[in-house]
Design a protein around this ligand. Structure first.
Ligand SMILES: [Zn+2]
Length: 118
């Protein structure tokens, strides 16, 4: 059986199918129908392979999106720490801050989230 049905073969099939009306090409018609079924099965298995590849590609893209989002989050947290507090320039969020300063609070929360990421 041909792996891929050629244009000529398809034309032949059409001719034979036309000829089926007078029952003189029964064997040939059966052979061609077999080819047609093989061709359909081949297309379907190719299609299934492509679908599977597409699913894998989508999953990989989704994982990359998740990783990018995570890195963007880390960059933002590092930015918060790097910017520091203008009122308390010596605070580096190594340990919890005294309550009351929203900037130092934000730095401490950023530090805790970064520790979770690491
Ligand atoms: Zn502060």
């Amino acid at each position: 059986m041909p792996e891929h049905m050629s244009e000529e073969r398809l034309q032949e099939v059409l001719t034979i199918l036309d000829g089926m009306a007078d029952d003189t090409y029964e064997d040939q018609a059966a052979g061609f129908l077999y080819d047609v079924r093989n061709e359909l099965a081949r297309s379907r298995s190719e299609e299934n392979g492509l679908r599977a590849a597409l699913i894998v590609a989508r999953e990989e893209a989704a994982l990359k999106d998740v990783e990018i989002a995570r890195l963007q989050n880390v960059a933002q947290l590092l930015g918060t720490l790097a910017e520091g507090c203008s009122v308390h320039p010596r605070y580096h969020a190594v340990r919890a801050c005294a309550p009351g300063c929203p900037t130092c609070d934000a730095m401490w929360r950023a530090r805790q989230r970064l520790n979770k990421e690491a």
